[in-house]
Design a protein around this ligand. Structure first.
Ligand code: GUN
Length: 309
């Protein structure tokens, strides 16, 4: 039997409609809208698409959001100066610097940005102060993708406590924070990465498997225990025709769209997993919309907390 599809887009709509009410009452009480400032350095096509959908979602939600785009050749000092200006601006509630930064800014540039963002405006939850609070289970601003995954599990009535969760990937953005959130919810958590021996066998012990490794179709049938819940965080752009036909299926609507456009976005999880898993998030339409919904949530929380000060 095919796995239940966990409809992230529907859950995201539900979260956003709950938020819309809170945004209206914030505006009524504060006399202003929550305000999000997004910084994009360079013009990487995928990042531009993500940023546009964050801006659109904010405006649908009644959040005042705008983008400052800096040239790819900008120095790290210029980026940090902009962040300091936004920190000092009392009208700004949330600051998001889109990752990755251009490689010309050097290794560690993103960490310097996170060291500079005011933790009270850190809607990504990536500053050292907020990462520390997350580890201590007292974070108000939790990284958006991991927070969205927990919302999806809760709202789909999937039990977390007492279950074995395996996370593939150890990034600061997804792997480490989702492991921490699942641990706080009393799962037994294993984190796998590129040096994990026999990764498939470890993954196949999971009741809840989260893949955030960024490799198209990496998670195959032998990685998945029968009935497991599989959360696919991968957003991988495929341009190779053979890979696309294997992952999208010849003759499918998505394959036809690939043939027209020359590219398609696929997850980390191979479609054959659907025959084994109990539940599965699709790509697109799974975790992606939840990330954006939780960014709106964090912007509102940051605004509410700053207003109370
Ligand atoms: N790039 C990919 N995901 C994210 C995210 O959640 N926040 C930021 N700032 N950049 C990203």
């Amino acid at each position: 039997m095919a796995a239940q599809v966990l409809d992230g887009a529907a859950v995201a709509r539900q979260i956003r409609s709950e938020l819309a009410e809170r945004v209206r009452s914030f505006e009524k009480n504060a006399g202003r809208r929550p305000c999000l400032r997004i910084v994009l350095v360079g013009d990487k096509a995928d990042s531009e698409i993500y940023v546009r959908s964050k801006l659109k979602s904010a405006s649908d939600e009644g959040i005042d959001a705008s983008l400052t785009q800096l040239a790819a050749q900008s120095s790290i000092e210029k980026v940090l100066d902009l962040v300091r200006t936004l920190n000092a601006d009392p009208t700004v509630d949330g600051i998001l610097v889109q990752s990755p930064l251009p490689s010309s800014l050097g290794d560690g540039a993103m960490l310097r940005v996170f060291d500079t963002i005011d933790p009270a405006k850190d809607v990504d939850g990536f500053t050292p102060v907020n990462v520390g609070r997350l580890v201590q289970n007292r974070a108000a601003l939790v990284p958006c993708t991991p927070a969205g995954i927990v919302q999806l599990l809760d709202r789909s009535r999937i039990e977390i406590a007492g279950r074995h969760a395996v996370v593939i990937g150890r990034s600061d953005i997804v792997g480490k924070p989702i492991a921490m959130l699942l641990l706080h919810r009393h799962a037994t958590v294993t984190i796998c990465h590129s040096r994990t021996p026999d990764l498939a066998a470890t993954a196949a012990r999971a009741d809840i498997l989260v893949s955030a490794i960024g490799r198209a179709g990496f998670v195959r049938k032998n990685f998945v225990k029968a009935g497991a819940v599989v959360i696919d965080v991968g957003i991988n752009r495929v341009t190779d025709a053979a890979v696309a036909s294997a992952l999208l299926g010849e003759g499918s609507l998505r394959h036809e769209s690939f043939l027209k456009k020359g590219s398609a976005v696929v997850g980390d999880v191979h479609p054959e997993v659907s025959a084994i898993a109990g539940a599965l998030t699709p790509v697109p339409g799974g975790v992606g919309p939840l990330t954006i919904a939780m960014l709106m949530h964090n912007t509102l929380v940051a605004a509410e907390q700053r207003q109370r000060r």
